[in-house]
Design a protein around this ligand. Structure first.
Ligand SMILES: Nc1ncnc2c1ncn2[C@@H]1O[C@H](COP(=O)(O)OP(=O)(O)OP(=O)(O)O)[C@@H](O)[C@H]1O
Ligand SMILES: [Mg+2]
Length: 392
């Protein structure tokens, strides 16, 4: 069975979705969701990985008149196109080698309910066209069923951690589909923008996990909270939940101070008032470091994390240069190695360099090679980061 393809949750999810939050940013999203939920409007949910997009989709379904009907989640990423097509639309017996009997698609199974198209930004162009056709007329044609169409009444919620608008500009996502899906747009804020939720969430997971494993529940000391709130959470709530699980088991029943937290939480993120004693707000790591960590630790791509926000003017040139400098430090001045580091395919290398040069974000590499080889003089042309040049 393929993971997370067509998770059928008749009558709501197996695990009741809990969407905790009291921060202003979260309350604003919840208010918008509250108005959208009882309508038939399509909803697009965007936000970084692990922020709770899927949970929010469940909450919307549960607060809608469709709550008694199925909610089906379809993960559009990492599934071969033909399998996704058959999962979504179904097939008739004999329509391909392994089609031994008729099979209903998930859109048909969700009739009267809601479908969550998760990671919709990853759909191929062909699947996008098929989805658009379905959204236009609500009709499904199973693979192999010549001309026979079935109608299905489903509400569509789409989620993605991509900048879909940017994808339309890059011609990777159909503009007409984008506007069809983007009727109500809910943006889930990253956890670092929801500091007021951190203690609440951490204590919630300590309690839930303690109960689940039948262990005495840990208590959070104030100094631990300070570190948790100062950390930048590149993996968002999923990361927080994982850490809570680790400590809930390891330090069951104990008081958790900063000493019991993983080192990556406490080392680079000393709370500001502890560090400078002036009681000011916790230190916020430089934006370039946050972006760098999202790519190198969280596996997100340069195109999503740096390129897209820069193009929509949410990032300055100086921040992009700072990210590139960190990359060069790591690769010892080798631009080519930044492809695997920043999670883009090697075939995008030229595009990457073109982007940096065109927007004056290019950073000379020589200095980083000199650091790597003390006393060495850079050879002329070595590592010259001009499009098409051989580098590294
Ligand atoms: N506000 C919240 N309250 C409680 N739990 C939450 C909240 N938000 C997220 N979670 C939990 O965090 C985990 C990640 O949430 P979810 O899968 O909804 O994120 P996502 O944004 O869809 O991530 P991805 O982009 O990787 O698919 C889940 O275990 C979920 O239950
Ligand atoms: Mg998700």
């Amino acid at each position: 069975m393929l993971p997370r393809v067509g998770v059928l949750r008749e009558g709501g999810p197996v695990e009741t979705p809990v969407l905790l939050g009291r921060s202003r940013a979260m309350l604003e999203v919840l208010e918008e969701a509250h108005y959208a939920a009882p309508t038939e409007s399509k909803v697009l949910i965007t936000g970084e990985s692990g922020v709770g997009k899927e949970v929010l989709a469940h909450v919307i379904h549960q607060r809608s008149p469709r709550a008694r009907r199925p909610m089906i989640t379809i993960n559009c990423a990492g599934v071969p196109e033909t399998l996704l097509e058959s999962e979504l639309f179904g097939h008739t017996r004999g329509s391909f080698t392994d089609a031994h009997r008729d099979k209903r698609g998930l859109l048909e199974l969700a009739d009267g309910g809601t479908v969550l198209l998760d990671e919709v930004g990853e759909m191929s162009m062909r699947m996008q066209s098929m989805l658009l056709r379905f959204l236009e007329n609500g009709e499904i044609q199973r693979i192999g069923s010549e001309g026979h169409r079935i109608s299905a009444d489903v509400r569509v919620i789409a989620a993605t951690n991509r900048d879909l608008f940017e994808r339309t500009r890059e011609k990777e996502f159909r503009e007409d589909l984008y506007y069809r899906l983007n009727v109500v747009h809910l943006v889930m804020p990253p956890l670092r923008a929801r500091q007021d939720d951190i203690r609440l969430l951490f204590e919630h997971f300590l309690r839930v996990l303690g109960e689940q494993y039948k262990l005495p529940i840990c208590q959070l000391a104030d100094d631990a909270v300070e570190h948790l709130e100062a950390y930048h959470w590149p993996g968002n709530i999923r990361e927080l939940k994982n850490i809570a699980e680790r400590v809930a088991v390891r330090y069951a029943g104990q008081q958790l101070t900063a000493r019991e937290l993983p080192r990556n939480i406490t080392t680079r993120n000393a709370p500001a008032h502890g560090a400078n004693g002036n009681g000011s707000a916790p230190a916020v790591p430089p934006l370039a470091d946050v972006l760098y960590d999202r790519m190198t630790r969280n596996g997100e791509s340069f195109w999503t994390v740096v390129f897209a926000p820069f193009m929509s003017r949410d990032l300055t040139r100086e921040t992009v240069r700072a990210v590139v400098r960190r990359g060069l430090e790591c690769t010892k001045g080798n631009y080519r190695l930044m492809a695997p580091l920043f999670n883009f395919p090697a075939t995008d290398y030229k595009r990457f360099l073109n982007f940096l040069q065109k927007h004056d974000c290019h950073v000379p590499f020589q200095h980083f090679r000199l650091i790597a080889r003390p006393g060495a003089r850079p050879e002329r042309g070595e590592g010259a980061a001009t499009p098409g040049a051989k580098v590294g």
